[in-house]
Ligand binder design. Structure first.
Ligand code: KIV
Ligand code: ZN
Length: 518
């Protein structure tokens, strides 16, 4: 059976999703989870875009050794050399160069001719091949490019040494049979494609990214580029979990396999949601909260008689947990460690001690600790809290039909522990105003989500938010049985990230970047 290479771009294209910015340590955790998931290629980032990004790709290349680690580069010497530098310690480096090929992009974005585009593409692939053996070439906006010209560019890229040729549907414009036709045309027009891997990269603007990817595989593509939870620019990229499960469940029609350990899909999805604060909608295929829930009586009755009446795959196949009562206040470390193992986490030594402490703190507030509670604790531990320049020492808040107010006391980096009391429309707004006045920074709240991370009246509340500080966007998250507390910790999480973030590229450099931009 033919194997399809799974190229995960959660950390690069996925991170371009509004509000999905991740810190270097969050990206490393995610890369480790992707390694565990069994993806073949991790696109770790776009190293030229900032010094932070370069360091983050270097960190991943240093520590994740099984999968190929790819770095993105425009067809310019600076980009390619920076990508090579980022990958210097990688066990299996890949440089991924791209240039737009549609007339629309050539004329209006890059201001170059088709002939210049051809030259840049070939020169870039040659340069990248002098640095690494594994070079991918992408024709941005391929699906809106003149097909004959696209074939010429691919021919030049293959001759220059590209080992993978990617045909992106950059703006999510194509539809399944059309894309199938394009891949088939390219295979017949460019004989050299027989010796390289054909890759597809679909965006979801019309909700067709997964369908288009599958049709491309039918037409001969053997690499799919995708992201966990389908995050990415605008409407996102093709969702990795959907492609992988479609190939697994419909092997009768799509006789292809992947190396993905599907039982890790849910864990990867949860980790990403926790990091970015972007949760898949409840009815999201494979990883949504309702993906395996059966509400209607007729469905439930059918399920009880035979699961396959309404179930084409089982939650266990993707690692989705069944809600089960697990542990209580008096449970010891051994029972806790065993339950963690059942959920797929090896927790030992000091780590077990810390998880146990957290578990006991929660058990004091909640009667029963469910698998979902434990998953929140485990994933938070895994993530490390990030920088802690500002720490919440005390919080008091009051709400009711009158004015709400909140008082906070915060430890500052200089050792001071000032407090402030503010009023607001509600206790969360009042607490945010108090934090702002204590830390003395202007914080614009862009988005705030509060949800119950676990079931029941004593649910663990999870707050994820996005703020803008000095023109840059930062996400924050926290959980607590008290949502005002969770909101303040989430706000501080974002503020702490902002306090250690490197400066962005100067405006001139950013503008020049746009000329060649992704
Ligand atoms: O969508 C796109 O065209 C891309 C390329 C850089 C592969 O993300
Ligand atoms: Zn893309």
């Amino acid at each position: 059976m033919d194997r399809v290479v799974v190229f995960d771009t959660t950390l690069r294209d996925g991170e371009q999703s509004p509000g999905a910015t991740m810190t270097a340590s969050e990206k490393l955790k995610m890369a480790q989870q992707l390694d565990q998931l069994g993806v073949d290629v991790i696109e770790a980032g776009f190293p030229i875009s900032s010094p932070d990004e370069l360091a983050s790709v270097q960190g991943i290349a240093r520590s994740v050794k099984r999968p190929i680690v790819a770095a993105l580069a425009r067809c310019t010497p600076g980009d390619i050399d920076t990508a090579a530098l980022a990958l210097a310690r990688a066990a299996r480096p890949r440089i991924h160069v791209f240039i737009a090929t549609s007339d629309l992009h050539l004329q209006h974005k890059l201001g170059i001719t088709r002939a210049q585009c051809l030259e840049h593409a070939a020169a870039a692939v040659e340069r990248a091949r002098r640095r690494v053996d594994d070079v991918e070439f992408s024709a941005e906006d391929a699906t809106r490019s003149d097909h004959e010209f696209l074939a010429q560019v691919f021919d030049a890229a293959v001759r220059a040494g590209a080992t993978t040729i990617n045909v992106p549907d950059t703006v999510g414009y194509t539809y399944p049979s059309e894309y199938h036709g394009l891949i088939s045309y390219l295979r017949s027009a460019v004989p050299g494609l027989a010796n390289v891997v054909i890759s597809v990269h679909c965006h979801n603007d019309l909700g067709l990214a997964v369908a288009n990817s599958l049709m491309a595989v039918e037409a001969g593509a053997r690499q799919v580029e995708c992201t966990i939870n389908g995050i990415g620019e605008r409407a996102g990229n093709a969702a990795l979990e959907e492609i992988v499960m479609a190939l697994k469940v419909r092997r009768d029609k799509l006789p292809f396999c992947t190396a993905v350990h599907t039982e890790e899909l849910y864990r990867a999805s949860q980790l990403l949601s926790r990091i970015t604060g972007i949760h898949p909608q409840p009815n999201k295929a494979i990883v949504g909260r309702n993906a395996f829930a059966h509400e209607a009586g007729i469905h439930q009755a059918g399920m009880l008689k035979r699961r396959t009446t309404y179930e084409i795959m089982q939650p266990e196949m993707v690692g989705a947990p069944a809600t089960r009562l697990v542990l209580g206040k008096h449970s010891g470390r051994n029972a806790l460690a065993q339950r963690c193992r059942d959920l797929g986490y090896q927790v030992v030594g000091g780590e077990l001690e810390r998880v146990h402490q957290e578990f006991k703190r929660l058990a004091d507030k909640k009667r029963e600790i469910l698998d979902e509670d434990l998953l929140v604790i485990l994933q938070e531990r895994l993530l490390d809290g990030g920088p802690t320049r500002y720490r919440l020492l005390d919080l008091e808040a009051s709400s009711g039909l009158g004015t709400a107010w909140a008082r906070v006391r915060i430890a500052l980096p200089n050792g001071d522990e000032p407090e402030a009391r503010c009023e607001g429309d509600g206790p969360i707004a009042a607490a945010f105003a108090a934090v702002e006045s204590v830390v003395g920074r202007k914080v614009e709240l862009e988005d705030l989500n509060i949800r119950a991370a676990t079931p029941g009246r004593d649910a663990l509340g999870e707050v994820s938010l996005r703020v803008t500080i000095d023109g840059r966007s930062f996400s924050g998250r926290a959980h607590s049985t008290d949502i005002v507390h969770a909101a303040v910790e989430g706000y501080l999480h974002a503020l702490n990230k902002a306090s250690v973030a490197a400066r962005p590229l100067p405006v001139a450099a950013a503008a020049e970047d746009y000329l060649w931009g992704v």
